[in-house]
Write a new protein. Structure first.
Length: 381
């Protein structure tokens, strides 16, 4: 089959880039073709080595935009989305593609679709939704309900069960999210028993991640094993950038803490994650109860045990013995979890490795891609 990926996010984080890469490389490995359809001003952060088609209409970024300007930008984005959808429909009608995948969708995409000819596409159009929280659910299901009469429109929601907050719908499919695996470096996939344990704090930095509080707890821990922590932060907003710089200055004198204020992509990102022994996810946000956590699925893909908040995809941490969790917003419990993890690490390495491999098999990128292909082929999943 000839798959088209429509990507319109102008300022992607590393996970969005790698998510598109999973779809591209894994569907190709299954014997199918991939091409990208993007706005006229789209800039790729990775060369996927597939054909690229530019659509009329520029993508819009909200980065650094506030107030009335943001409202105007939002209107422009919606207008261009309608243009892009019409052009995708024309490509499908002309027989240029056999299926279309929109890799990062929300109910807003479905709302736009309900006003667009693309809903009558002659080929499958798969909207991948990365989770639905209770606030979004009524709007999502309202739009999805209007689309039930269009058999080629399919919503693939990344989740851990077989329903969305207790609700199902014939055109909404629950599929498991994929792990992020290293693709440009040699990765053995075995845990190391090093003299010093290196913990890694990675990803897009937002103030909700409570990095200050975490580092204070880390410094207060009583470890019986040498340990250090590497903190990488990619920031999007100026406010988050200034806050990360403040934190770097605050903890500059502590030799067991090192920082990197930079967005990492591709091989550089893979080497950084591969260079630590475990990942820490101390941030608490209810969104992770409903949206899969990219860093947790990076940890699984890279065979790295975790110390994570109880709000981060609890279905995973409850089912697989891949690390230690702690109660959200409980600093004493976090301290105990860190000490337990570090001080018992050597004894539990083999268990962590077995469980990480088991989770990796259940949530493999190949299984994920196979489900997308089955949806496009009209097969049950």
């Amino acid at each position: 089959m000839r798959f088209a990926i429509f990507e319109s996010i102008l300022t992607p984080g590393g996970h969005e880039v790698d998510f598109d890469r999973i779809i591209t490389e894994e569907i190709q490995a299954l014997g199918h073709e991939i091409s990208f359809y993007v706005p006229s001003n789209f800039t790729f952060k990775h060369d996927y080595k597939v054909p690229v088609h530019r659509l009329a209409g520029e993508g819009v970024s909200y980065e650094g935009v506030r107030g009335l300007r943001k409202m105007l930008y939002s209107l422009k984005r919606e207008m261009n989305r309608q243009r892009w959808f019409r052009q995708l429909y024309a490509c499908a009608k002309q027989g240029k593609v056999d299926a279309i995948i929109i890799p990062t969708s929300t109910y807003r995409y479905l709302r736009a679709l309900n006003m667009n000819i693309l809903r009558k596409s002659p080929v499958p159009v798969i909207f991948v939704v990365h989770g639905i929280n209770p606030g979004e659910a009524p709007r999502f299901f309202a739009e999805a309900s209007k689309l039930q009469q269009y058999s080629q429109i399919k919503m693939a929601v990344l989740t851990f069960g077989d329903n969305i907050l207790g609700k199902t719908m014939p055109n909404v499919y629950c599929i498991k999210p994929p792990t992020y695996k290293p693709r440009d470096i040699q990765h053995i996939g075995k845990l190391r028993k090093e003299e010093k344990i290196t913990l890694g704090f990675f990803g897009q930095y937002r103030r909700e991640k409570n990095l200050d509080a975490f580092l204070d707890v880390f410094l207060a821990c009583e470890f019986t094993h040498p340990v250090e922590i590497f903190v990488q932060g990619a920031t999007v907003s100026p406010a988050d950038g200034e806050d990360f710089q403040r934190i770097m200055k605050k903890y500059n004198d502590h030799q067991q803490i090192s920082f990197l204020h930079k967005g990492l992509f591709g091989k550089e990102w893979q080497e950084a994650v591969g260079g630590v022994d475990a990942l820490v996810m101390p941030y608490s946000s209810s969104r992770y109860l409903y949206h899969w956590a990219g860093m947790l699925f990076t940890a699984i893909g890279y065979t790295k045990p975790v110390v994570a908040s109880s709000e981060i995809n609890p279905e995973i941490l409850n089912h697989y013995g891949i690390g230690v969790s702690f109660e959200k917003d409980n600093r004493e419990n976090l301290r105990q979890a860190l000490e337990q993890f570090v001080n018992t690490y050597a004894d539990k390495v083999d268990q962590y490795e077995r469980e990480l491999i088991r989770a990796g098999d259940d949530y493999s990128p190949r299984n994920f891609a196979q489900q997308l292909v089955q949806l496009a082929q009209g097969k049950s999943i």
